[in-house]
Design a protein around this ligand. Sequence first.
Ligand SMILES: NC(=O)C1=CN([C@@H]2O[C@H](COP(=O)(O)OP(=O)(O)OC[C@H]3O[C@@H](n4cnc5c(N)ncnc54)[C@H](OP(=O)(O)O)[C@@H]3O)[C@@H](O)[C@H]2O)C=CC1
Ligand SMILES: O=C(O)CCCC(=O)O
Length: 490
Amino acid sequence: MELTDKSLFKTSCYINGEWVNSKEGKDFHVHNPYNQEIIADVPDLGKEETEEAIKAAEVAFHSWKKKTAGERSSILRKWFDLMMEYKEDLGKILTLEQGKPLPEAIGEIAYGASFVEWFAEEAKRIYGDTIPGHQGDKRIVTIKQPVGVVAAITPWNFPNAMITRKVAPALAAGCTVIVKPAKNTPLSALALAELGERAGIPKGVLNIITSNRTKEIGEALTSSPIVRKLSFTGSTEVGKQLIKDCASTVKKVSMELGGNAPFIVFKDADIDKAVAGAIASKFRNAGQTCVCSNRFFVHEEVYAEFTKKLSDEIKKLKVGNGFDEDVLIGPMIDQGAVNFVNYIVNDAVKKGAQLLDGGKTASSNDHIYLPTLLTDVDSSMSVYHEEIFGPVVPIFKFSSTKEVIQLANDTPFGLAAYFYGRDYAVIWKVSEALEYGMVGINTGMISTTVAPFGGIKESGFGREGSKYGIDEYLEIKYLCFGEVDDDEEY
Ligand SMILES: NC(=O)C1=CN([C@@H]2O[C@H](COP(=O)(O)OP(=O)(O)OC[C@H]3O[C@@H](n4cnc5c(N)ncnc54)[C@H](OP(=O)(O)O)[C@@H]3O)[C@@H](O)[C@H]2O)C=CC1
Ligand SMILES: O=C(O)CCCC(=O)O
């Protein structure tokens, strides 16, 4: 892999403005998910280094919060500019450690950078209120202040954007941050820190801890009274544990957890558009995205047409090494992910589903799962209940709007939902009836910096991006001004 700037390939951690290694001299391997080759060794930090990072972030908080919004904004803006300048290099590092096709990886860098640009601007718009007093001698004002030291725990599926979506609003608000990236994809996080340093982020404001001792780091972050906020993206199971762990110090918490997105095709839908939307929403990152469509509900009158057209498109998807031209589906992140998708598909087939496409790994590479289409699927199968996190489309048949709303909502998750139809009376009703934080109507692509990203139910709480995203890193303080005696009349 050729980088225009080789110094972006960092293999040390970043704490208090220094590039550091493990005190115990421990490292762990980072693998290329396409061929399992070792691509780097990074520090396996523990509790001690985590506590040092927390301390550094606490010290830095006192000066960072005092910078003007304009000063914080211009540092963030420089960081954005550098990300865009090096987007090809950052994309290559991302593909190498995560596997997604290079154009998709570069797209993620631009997406990640867009949060930095957006929150550079939002830093200047942290407004308070004046509120009419409840008594004649009272004046009421609110101000917003940064919550303090933030911990961000991020996943491997978006190794760049899930960091910037948390760090940019935190820094804009005046908070300082400790990031623990996923152990599969630490290199993108370290490259971001390198560019952050070049942009002028002061020491201690952004700290990156890589570790193979996940639980130890998690406990050090969640038990610390200095850390006032935890923002997490990952599985619902881990999210629930982290919420419990944060209770002991009553931290402010944001959780962006798993999904089980329905994709509904009504009988009046534009079927070609629905097929294009299904491909876009399902196969992004080989299906390893929390907003990927998980269950496809298609009206019985258009079931055959939709299935045939989708199957034709699925056959065109090229799988392979993310660095090869025209590849649209790269490898799964690891063997565990391949095993899980295999289990989901085999369970469905055993219970009567028909396999129209895929259903196995590629003959050339057993970490690439072929795009898979299952029909005759029903609610007895795991594919109905579980987040697949892989390139599998299970199609269910429905006959009435009432029935499909019930099916769509029949899950503890509530992140994203999609539907295709033309009747605006139905569109409004369905939009309101779906118990999800985000709904795509006649589109399979909903993610953007400008809109609030987040879920309800067991998909979590809190919103990222948009004008709301910065609120997660702010506290509202209310000032009640009483009257001071003054003899003069005005
Ligand atoms: N909502 C989403 O975007 C995502 C959802 N998922 C779902 O979760 C499934 C499993 O994926 P997986 O990667 O295991 O997701 P996890 O939830 O295990 O990992 C996400 C992040 O949390 C960290 N983590 C895990 N356990 C702890 C802990 N006890 N304390 C502190 N941090 C912790 C991980 O660290 P480490 O890497 O060191 O283990 C990683 O940084 C997927 O198949 C998918 O269904 C996964 C990723 C993202
Ligand atoms: O799977 C995730 O958690 C990342 C969401 C990516 C997006 O913003 O669309």
